[in-house]
Design a binder for this molecule. Structure first.
Ligand code: HDE
Length: 762
């Protein structure tokens, strides 16, 4: 007989798993109590339809409720059902002819479950596959109202946004902190339709014409034979292309600078790259370039730190964004525009505004703030939101129009096209994250994944059967205004304007605007990347390109590669440097900065608790690092431990506070832990060995090498000494207690790093 075995009912856990005694808390705000978990829900009759089934509250690793509305937890109704709503009594056993017999084809549940699973993946984005996103709000200052009639830029307007940050080259599962350009795509759900500002963290692009996009991407992606390297530009095909194709020089130089390895998505600038055309209520036009300016400043990792992070925490940027939002340190950016008169030649101070490999220095055209964006909510489902969001530079609203930048022209085609294969058809605008917040009344019908049930009989115009509806907007309120700009009479040609042929002046401008330490990083980056190329001719060719940017740059990279430095093939330009391009030299807010507090098992818990609170009060995130994850102290005064000596590396922290000199043990566990373990197992406790725990020494030495602020007390000198750190080195604070160390470290964190530790600054 065919009998299916019934599985035993699951007992609900009394406490939500993984909720620590205390969460990180919003800086300066007490953490809310996580509500009690009542999973599984009581069986209810009748079973509500799927969308109304409510589920348990869910928690993040820091113990905070995710805020996912209970009713949106799809799998949490009273009974497990098939996709058709039939209740299931077993989902663990296939239907078989006897317990050891063959599986039967008639098992619909088996087929449905596996078939659906087989189709869970959709194609990843061909570029920008790896990303992280957040919801937020944009508030307009009204300062742009003079130059655009876009309603969302009018004074006081508030617009919901969804932002996706990304790397470009890596696959969906690749690491976050690779050297690459970052995407910065914003969807403004405006009252007049959706506006997408699909930008990058670098203001220029590799190519001037969209027709070359497949070439640069094929060159940058992993080699097609072995599919390596993943998510990197340090390989032959990339450098082959960019050295043969000198219009890529400017973008490549930005990639080799600190901009290629951001500290956080929250600390990146964003750029619209192309020049856009704004149109005001009177029809007057202004050319603009869009800029996002992070309130936290622009900060980067150092290269070794970025590489270690790829292994220690490949989700570093994703986690950083989500944790900051969850703890209430909402990242903010000001949106600004550089404005230029809409003259027939579309140039400003001699710079061709249609050339996406050129910037206009901020000193020539200041960035004027027009609004502020705050990201305040994490997505509740990665696939539904971050993966399925579909951006498109052609999603424009009245008051924002395009220019004839040939790179933009190709993008206007590509983004719609790519969603059709990625999201499986032309109805992707019906996916919740892509739905406009403005009413939609289109005449687009049917197609794959159509979920709308359109009424009416006349989806065409003109009609009389649907009462002539819908009507057209007046020219003054419609989007896609074709501004009557003059197009020069011309012959059809496959050519670029002459000005597009100049490729070195602006790279030199960028180089000359860097501080010595930033230049040193650029030299090291070129040297590292080229040392990974196997073809000697490619290295030599890149040096030829560098010679036309700067002699010192070329000579230093050549020395690092053991090659002779070639001479420039053309006179070097002498552009005015743009200090705005440098990341060094200002002080910035500390919000969301991560401070590691290293402590032994027997530290002063009361003092630790107070110190942790002071870090929170400064708007930063304290992470306590101890020998084991067990809370320190007991009862409600216990201090949670978020990292252990075994799982913490300095790359996770912006600064370290070292409370004393935690002793090493023979088994590299904390002494208390070793004794407790001995009791249980009956083995002899591991004897303490003299000196500080080597894992703490590694933490401190790495933090020092990466120019991070470090403060210590209660025997910290011996830690510095054992870690080989020179006493009195800049940013190495030996204090009398925790509060003094913290206040000095705060002073150092404002400039992001202790730059003086790098040789170029000495
Ligand atoms: Fe993209 N780009 N791109 N790009 N791009 C895509 O669209 C493309 C360019 C940018 O988080 C794709 O939906 C062409 C410049 C971002 O979902 C694709 C050209 C800039 C994102 C595409 C460019 C960008 C994309 C892949 C040369 C900065 C991620 C998946 C003409 C201004 C958006 C998708 C997200 C994604 C094409 C150049 C930014 C294939 C043809 C310049 C931030 O359509």
């Amino acid at each position: 007989a065919i009998v299916a075995k019934k599985s035993a009912p699951r007992t609900p856990p009394a406490e939500p798993a993984g909720v620590p005694a205390e969460n990180n808390g919003a800086p300066g705000r007490p953490a809310p109590e996580p509500p009690a978990l009542n999973e599984p829900t009581e069986p209810r009759e009748p079973l509500p339809p799927k969308a109304d089934q409510s589920g348990p509250d869910t928690f993040t690793p820091t113990g905070r409720a995710t805020g996912v509305p209970r009713e949106s937890v799809a799998q949490s109704g009273a009974y497990l059902t098939t996709a058709q709503g039939a209740r299931l009594y077993d989902t663990d056993h296939s239907l078989k002819a006897g317990p050891r017999g063959p599986v039967l084809l008639q098992d619909h549940h088996l087929r449905e479950k596996i078939t659906h699973f087989d189709h869970e993946r959709i194609p990843e984005r061909v570029v920008h596959a790896r990303g992280a996103a957040a919801h937020g709000v944009f508030q307009a200052y009204g300062t742009a109202a003079r130059i655009t009639k876009a309603a969302f830029l009018a004074k006081g307007a508030e617009t919901e946004v969804f932002v996706r940050f990304s790397t470009v080259l890596g696959s969906r599962g690749s690491a976050d902190t690779v050297r690459d350009t970052r995407g910065f795509a914003t969807k403004f759900y405006t009252s007049e339709g959706t506006f997408d500002l699909v930008g990058n963290n670098i203001p220029v692009f590799f190519i001037q014409d969209a027709v070359k996009f497949p070439d640069i991407i094929h060159a940058g992606k992993p080699h097609p034979d072995r599919e390596i390297p993943q998510a990197q530009s340090a390989h032959d095909t990339f450098w082959d292309f960019v050295s043969l194709h000198t219009e890529a020089t400017h973008h490549t130089l930005w990639n080799m600078s600190d901009r290629g390895i951001p500290r956080s998505y929250r600390m990146m600038e964003g750029f619209g790259v192309h020049t856009f055309r704004l149109v005001n209520a009177k029809g007057a036009t202004t050319l603009v370039k869009f800029h996002w300016k992070p309130k936290l400043g622009v900060h980067s990792l150092v290269w070794e730190e970025a590489q270690i992070t790829n292994g220690i925490d490949p989700d570093f940027h994703r986690r950083d964004l989500a944790d900051a939002i969850e703890s209430g340190a909402y990242p903010q950016w000001e949106l600004g525009v550089q404005t230029f008169p809409d003259t027939p030649d579309q140039r400003f101070e001699g710079i061709d505004l249609l050339d996406p490999t050129k910037i206009v220095p901020e000193e020539l055209a200041p960035v004027q703030p027009i609004g502020v964006m705050t990201l305040n909510r994490n997505p509740s489902n990665f696939f539904a939101e971050t993966e399925q969001v579909a951006f498109h530079p052609g999603h424009l609203v009245p008051g924002i129009d395009i220019t004839d930048d040939p790179l933009l022209a190709g993008r206007l085609f590509s983004y719609l096209d790519t969603q059709i294969s990625r999201l499986g058809g032309p109805n992707f605008a019906q996916i919740p994250v892509n739905r406009p917040h403005a009413p939609v009344n289109d005449m687009l019908r049917d197609g794959m994944h159509q979920t709308a049930v359109h009424s009416g009989t006349a989806p065409y115009r003109p009609n009389s059967l649907d009462g002539g509806c819908p009507f057209l907007a007046g020219a003054d309120t419609g989007a896609y205004i074709e501004v009557p700009v003059e197009t020069p009479a011309a012959h059809k040609v496959r050519e670029a304007p002459d000005s597009f042929a100049e490729h070195f002046r602006q790279p030199r401008l960028f180089w000359l605007s860097m501080t010595p330490v930033e230049r040193e990083h650029i030299i090291s980056a070129y040297t590292f990347e080229l040392s990974k190329c196997y073809e000697p001719t490619i290295r030599q060719r890149v040096l030829g390109v560098l010679a036309n940017i700067d002699t010192e740059l070329c000579e230093q990279v050549a020395a690092g590669l053991g090659l002779p430095a070639p001479a420039a093939t053309q006179p070097l330009a002498e552009p005015e440097p743009s200090p705005a391009l440098s990341q060094v030299g200002q002080t910035w807010p500390l919000d969301g900065r991560v401070v590691g507090i290293v402590t032994g098992p027997d530290g002063d818990v009361k003092a630790l608790r107070a110190l942790r609170q002071s870090v929170l009060d400064s708007g930063m995130v304290p992470l306590v690092i101890a020998p084991t994850p067990a809370p320190l102290g007991t009862g409600k005064n216990a201090v949670p431990v978020q990292r252990t000596f075994a799982n913490a590396r300095s790359v996770e922290f912006d600064a370290l506070l070292v409370a004393g000199a935690p002793a090493a043990t023979a088994d590299a566990k904390g002494p208390r832990d070793a004794k407790a373990g001995a009791k249980k197992t009956g083995r002899k406790a591991a004897a303490a060995v003299p000196g500080t725990d080597p894992r703490v020494l590694l933490l401190v030495a790495e933090a020092f090498r990466h120019a991070k602020a470090i403060g210590g007390w209660d025997g910290a000198e011996s830690v510095w000494q054992e870690a080989g750190l020179p006493a009195g080195a800049p940013g190495l604070v030996t204090a009398k207690n925790g509060p003094t160390a913290l206040s000095e470290v705060i002073g150092l964190l404002g400039t992001h790093r202790v730059w003086e530790r790098f040789p170029a600054s000495a």
